[in-house]
Design a binder for this molecule. Structure first.
Ligand SMILES: C[S@@+](CC[C@H](N)C(=O)[O-])C[C@H]1O[C@@H](n2cnc3c(N)ncnc32)[C@H](O)[C@@H]1O
Length: 264
């Protein structure tokens, strides 16, 4: 199946991607939006398994296409000294900064942080974890995965770990650009370093408020092939079918993975 003709590229993201609507739809815990919550819980458990049980660790982690969200960093922040977040749009980066600076009007991640603390063994440590994460995120940078230097004009030393959740399939028009984007982001990773990804499979669109955003239709096999071609050995991969109601998007499964960058 082809992704829809109406590809929503950088301009659409910059103009129409509303961080508040996105957060409300997909990241309200305890709201009536069950789909977001189930998938969010699944992703939080996968990231817990990868970082806490699986022990992916190091000095620096770069999160690519962070959007306005921090859930993906909650377990990771236990295992890295420094985190760099990044996103394409100004509004997403501002929304993220608002939470990092604990400013009024920032999204309330407390229920999500509590859930992760519970997974990690002590629900009561949520305020400590929020503070830890706020300290560890050193920068929020502009990023464009379609460029060879994705963080230009910034330039960073290669990191021990790259994390990317739900970004490349949103940012890329076709499989060729997906493969190219994977290679672009990989230049930021040390040989032997880990790439952690959360990916939606067989999705063609997702809604942000009333706006429909396109998604590159991906199958597990195309992801595996793109990773091999970009120089990775996949260490673990888990596919979970989507059993929830499909109101805001049409994905069929979520894939989480850890891959290791082969030495050059
Ligand atoms: C579905 S959201 C995912 C956000 C967040 N990582 C999450 O897990 O909810 C897709 C993100 O990709 C970003 N994006 C779109 N095009 C991009 C590009 N060319 N380079 C980097 N990020 C891009 C968007 O700004 C948006 O934040």
């Amino acid at each position: 199946m082809e992704s829809p003709a109406s590809f929503t590229g950088g301009e659409a993201y910059q103009k129409d991607f509303d961080p508040a609507a996105y957060l409300k739809t997909y990241y309200s815990f305890g709201s009536s939006h069950c789909q977001g919550n189930e998938i969010l819980e699944l992703n939080l458990r996968s990231l817990f398994k990868i970082f806490i049980s699986g022990g992916v660790k190091g000095d620096t982690l770069i999160d690519i296409g962070s959007g306005p969200t921090i859930y993906q960093l909650l377990s990771a922040c236990e295992n890295f000294k420094e985190i760099i977040a990044s996103d394409y749009t100004d509004r997403n980066r501002q929304e993220l900064e608002k939470w990092l600076k604990n400013e009024p009007g920032a999204f309330d991640w407390t229920p999500v942080v509590k859930y992760v603390c519970e997974l990690e063994g002590d629900r009561e440590k949520w305020a400590e974890k929020e503070e830890k994460l706020r300290k560890k995120v050193k920068q929020v940078l502009k990023c464009d995965v379609s460029k060879s230097n994705i963080l230009a004009p910034a330039s960073l030393p290669q990191a021990d770990c790259l994390l990317s959740a739900l970004c490349l399939e949103a940012a890329c028009k076709d499989l060729n650009s997906y493969r190219a984007a994977l290679k672009n982001i990989s230049s930021l990773l040390k040989p032997g370093g880990h790439l952690v990804m959360v990916i939606v499979l067989k999705e063609t669109y997702y809604m942000v408020g009333q706006r429909r955003f396109s998604c590159l239709y991906l199958e597990r096999e195309s992801v595996e092939e793109a990773l091999r071609e970009a120089g990775y050995d996949v260490q673990c991969m888990e596919v979970t079918p989507n059993r929830s109601q499909r109101t805001f998007s049409d994905f069929e499964a979520v894939l989480s993975l850890v891959a290791c960058k082969r030495p050059a």
